[in-house]
Design a protein around this ligand. Structure first.
Ligand code: TRP
Length: 332
C-alpha cells in the first residue's frame, strides 16, 4: 500500500456526471493502491440550512452513489462523519490551533457567505478546521480533492505543521493533495463555459447518476453544440467550449485521450457524434444507475454499511485523538 487516502463528499443530493468523472471514479481507482477512507460529511452539510429529511435522504443517496460506482465498503472504509465523534472533538482543538487570519483568507467562505456575512453560520466560517480534523484524525497521507478544495487542504497542512511545532513533535503527517486535473472537469451541457452543477436550474444541463438511459440519451442529443463538424486537432476545439466539453466527456468515459476521439470523429458532425456519445454514456452509467436504484430501495442495508464503516473509522481515529489529548496535556 502506498499510503492512506482520506476524502470527503457533502451529502447534497443529485450526484452527476461531473462528480462521477471528476472525483468518484478516481476514488474507485485509488482503492487498488491505497488504504482508502471515504466520508459522507453530514456535519459539513449543515453549515448551510438543510431540512432533516434532506440530510437523511442525501446522506443515504450519496452513500448509494459511491457504492454503485464501485467503492467497496468491505475493503475501504465508507461512513458518515456524524457517527464518529472524533471529528468534532479534534475540530475544537484545531479551532484553537488555526488563526483568525488563516480562516479570513478562505475564498470559499467569502463566496458562500456572500454579501451578508453577518448572517452566515459560525460553522460555515470554521468549516475548514472540521475538514482538517477529518483528514488528520486518520493521519491520512494523501487527499484527493478538486481544485476548489486546494486552499482548504493547504490550511490543513498549516494546522498539522502548527500543531507539530507547538508541541515539538512530528505527530501529524503533512498530507499531500492529489488535485484532480482540469481534464476531468465536466461542463454544463447548456453552456460549455460553466461547470456542470447540481444547482443549475436546467436539468438538461447535467447528467444525474439517477437519470434513466432514456433521459441520458435525450440530454446528450439536446446538448448545446455548434453547426460545424468536429475538427481534427485539439487546438481547433479551443474556441468551441461546447464541442470541447462533449469531446472531453467522450474521452473520459472511454478512458482514451481527446486526440484519439478526434482521430475517430474529426470531420463528422454532431448528428453522428452525439448519438455515439449518448450510447457510450448509457453503457457506462446504466449499470451504476441500476445498482443505485437497488440500493436506494434497501435503506436498511445502507444504514448498516455506514454504521459498520463508522465503527471501523472510530477505532482508528479514537486512537489518534487519545494521543492528541495526551500531547496537549489533558488529564485522562
Ligand atoms: N470540503 C469538501 C468539499 O466540499 C468535502 C470534504 C470535507 C473533504 N472533509 C474533507 C474533502 C476531507 C477531502 C478531505 O468537496
Amino acid at each position: 500500500m502506498k499510503g492512506r487516502i482520506f476524502s470527503g463528499v457533502q451529502p447534497t443530493g443529485n450526484l452527476h456526471l461531473g462528480n462521477y468523472l471528476g472525483a468518484i471514479r478516481n476514488w474507485v481507482n485509488l482503492q487498488r493502491d491505497f488504504e482508502c477512507i471515504y466520508c459522507v460529511v453530514d456535519l459539513h452539510a449543515i453549515t448551510v440550512p438543510r431540512t432533516s429529511e434532506q440530510l437523511t435522504n442525501d446522506t443515504l443517496e450519496v452513500a448509494a452513489g459511491l457504492i454503485a460506482s464501485g467503492i467497496n465498503p468491505d475493503s475501504s472504509i465508507l461512513f458518515n462523519q456524524s457517527q464518529v465523534s472524533s471529528h468534532s472533538e479534534l475540530a475544537w482543538i484545531f479551532n484553537c490551533t488555526a488563526k483568525l487570519g488563516w480562516l479570513n483568507r478562505m475564498t470559499q467562505f467569502k463566496e458562500k457567505a456572500g454579501r451578508n456575512k453577518e448572517n452566515a453560520s459560525v460553522g460555515l466560517y470554521v468549516y475548514p478546521t472540521l475538514m482538517a480534523s477529518d483528514i488528520l484524525a486518520y493521519k491520512a497521507t494523501h487527499v484527493p480533492v478538486g481544485e476548489d478544495q486546494k486552499q482548504h487542504l493547504e490550511l490543513t497542512r498549516d494546522i498539522a505543521l502548527a500543531f507539530n511545532s507547538s508541541y515539538n513533535k512530528s505527530f501529524f503527517p503533512i498530507p499531500e493533495p492529489q488535485i484532480f486535473g482540469t481534464a476531468s472537469r465536466v461542463m454544463s451541457l447548456r453552456d460549455g463555459k460553466s461547470k456542470m452543477s447540481k444547482s443549475d436550474i436546467s436539468d438538461y444541463s447535467r447528467i444525474n447518476l439517477k437519470d434513466t438511459s432514456t433521459e441520458i440519451s435525450l440530454k446528450f442529443k439536446k446538448a448545446k453544440s455548434d453547426s460545424n463538424p468536429l475538427p481534427f486537432s485539439i487546438k481547433e476545439l479551443e474556441e468551441r467550449p461546447e464541442a470541447r466539453n462533449l469531446v472531453g466527456v467522450y474521452a473520459a468515459l472511454s478512458s482514451k485521450n481527446e486526440e484519439d476521439i478526434l482521430r475517430e470523429f474529426g470531420g463528422k458532425g454532431f448528428g453522428i457524434f452525439k448519438p455515439a456519445l449518448a450510447d457510450l454514456a448509457v453503457s457506462v452509467l446504466e449499470p451504476i444507475n441500476n445498482e443505485l436504484r437497488k440500493l436506494m430501495n434497501d435503506k436498511s442495508y445502507l444504514i448498516k454499511v455506514l454504521k459498520e464503516g463508522s465503527n471501523k473509522a472510530s477505532s482508528i481515529s479514537q486512537t489518534v485523538l487519545s494521543d492528541v489529548y495526551n500531547i496537549i496535556g489533558c488529564v485522562r
